[in-house]
Design a protein. Structure first.
Length: 362
């Protein structure tokens, strides 16, 4: 194990003793907010310290087995123990490296996924519909719940813009690297010459703000409009002005919701989306600065970043950030996103580990 990792892990063993002491104090137990914060840290530190204790035990087992090799009667048993201990130590080291990586506190949150048609006209709107279906099918596979917050349907199908709220376990953490520009290359249904067209959509994935930590919006900074909700082709037209559009005047950021049955629920959802968009603007600006400094693979998640190409004639998906190419495009479009999301998560972990090691040697 690398020295910088071992020194980090030694600190966790020491921190566990400090947290045990804090949780035994009556004044901490009386303050529920503080108690919950320390309890969460205690659970994380216990997991890491426990795995490190197992690592140290297997190191001792390995050393003992190597000493036994000198005894001809014990050599076979010692060799078995050496093989077993070495394999487990490699597994434990990999696990401990991942546990040490900095965690984004937003990863466990639900998320808003906003998909907008870009260049390419009708074909772009149809592709936005395909991306919507892809994320919905993936959500269904992993047991997440999806609701449409707002949609602006296109005349020939698909969407000019749609916002989904996805609720479930670790949604933002799983989908956050989907933010950016998605490009499609295919022959549109309306193309008579069989020519391949290129069009694009943008995706923005935003963590749902925590009610207690959400930024406070000044009512004077908001303009709230109501209008009649309508679906594609005028379907489901409401007789009342239940749809709500909220404009944040200082930034010009807009959010609307027309999916709920009441103006009150639509306003609450629109305000949530607005808060998420404002926070995401701040987050992406910070990420862009960090990315410029470290030239990270994953990038800033900015809409202008072209992150992925979907080439239908070749059945190929390419993620340009990590040079990932898969020839299973139809499966991906049907919601089989696991390989893509896992590859992106592993690439980010490798970046973080490198940053951790660099920081330890500076």
């Amino acid at each position: 194990m690398k020295p910088f990792l071992r020194s980090q892990l030694e600190r966790y063993a020491q921190r566990l003793g400090e947290l045990d002491f804090l949780l035994s104090r009556e004044d901490i137990m009386a303050d529920m907010a503080q108690y919950r914060t320390i309890s969460r840290e205690h659970a994380e530190v216990t997991q890491i310290a426990g795995r490190y204790a197992r690592y140290q035990q297997r190191e001792a087992d390995l050393a003992g087995a190597r000493e036994m090799l000198a005894d001809p009667d014990m050599a076979e048993m010692a060799q078995e123990e050496i093989t077993s201990a070495e394999a487990e130590l490699l597994q434990l080291e990999d696990e401990l490296q991942r546990l040490l990586l900095p965690k984004d506190p937003d990863d466990a949150r639900n998320a808003f996924v906003e998909i907008r048609a870009g260049t390419g006209g009708d074909e772009s709107a149809l592709f936005a519909g395909d991306l919507t279906r892809m994320y919905m099918r993936y959500a269904d596979r992993v047991g997440w719940k999806v609701e449409v917050v707002s949609e602006n349907a296109a005349e020939l199908g698909g969407y000019k813009e749609i916002v989904l709220r996805i609720e479930g376990d670790h949604v933002y953490g799983a989908l956050k690297f989907e933010s950016g520009g998605h490009r499609v290359q295919r022959v549109p249904a309306t193309e008579t010459q069989g020519r391949i067209h290129t069009s694009a959509c943008t995706v923005a994935v935003m963590p749902e703000p925590d009610e207690h930590e959400a930024i406070k919006l000044n009512p004077a900074d908001l303009r709230i409009d109501t209008f009649r909700a309508s679906g594609a082709g005028g379907q489901h037209i409401n007789k009342t002005d239940s749809a709500v559009r909220v404009v944040h005047l200082p930034t010009g950021i807009v959010a609307e919701c027309q999916d709920g049955r009441s103006q009150h629920s639509n306003k609450a959802k629109a305000l949530q989306v607005l808060q998420a968009r404002i926070q995401e603007k701040e987050r992406s600006e910070r990420a862009a600065k960090e990315a410029a400094l470290r030239k990270g693979l994953i990038g800033s998640g900015d809409r202008s970043d072209r992150i992925r190409t979907y080439n239908f004639p070749q059945g190929r998906l390419t993620d340009h950030r990590i040079n990932l190419t898969l020839y299973k495009l139809q499966y991906v479009m049907d919601g089989d996103l696991a390989d893509v999301l896992q590859a992106l998560a592993h690439a980010r972990e490798a970046e973080q580990l490198e940053e951790l090691e660099t920081g330890a040697t500076v």
